[in-house]
Ligand binder design. Sequence first.
Ligand code: HEC
Length: 102
Amino acid sequence: MKTLLTCCLLLISINSYAEAFKNADAVSGKALVDKNCISCHAQSFGGDGSSIYTREYRKIKTSKGLLAQVRNCNTMIGLKFFEDEELNVASYLNKTYYKFTE
Ligand code: HEC
């Protein structure tokens, strides 16, 4: 039983991309992004706006930078996300687009 548990934990930690977001909830992060972030990005970048994250000269290069950018946008538009919400958003963006592993 103990071995099984260790195995599961190991698998979970391998699957989660960046260590920084390991306790974050990417699903609720997606809901926040859908609601607050997409329309503006879509206006500047077209489509669903997601090409802002995948463009060749994207600004974000690390998971730390990603979290910092989420904080910046959050502050800029006055959303007042809580710390854990910022982590959830960054985790979702990382899992879906950036795929940083540390
Ligand atoms: C009012 C418009 C607007 C809103 C709302 C907005 N953003 Fe942005 N965001 C931008 C613009 C413009 C850029 C590009 C900045 C640049 O290229 O210098 C950007 C860039 C980014 C990037 C970096 C993309 C890259 O280059 O890798 C991330 C990440 C990001 N936004 C996340 C968010 C998140 C998360 C939210 C919602 C909480 C959000 N943004 C809401 C305008 C917005």
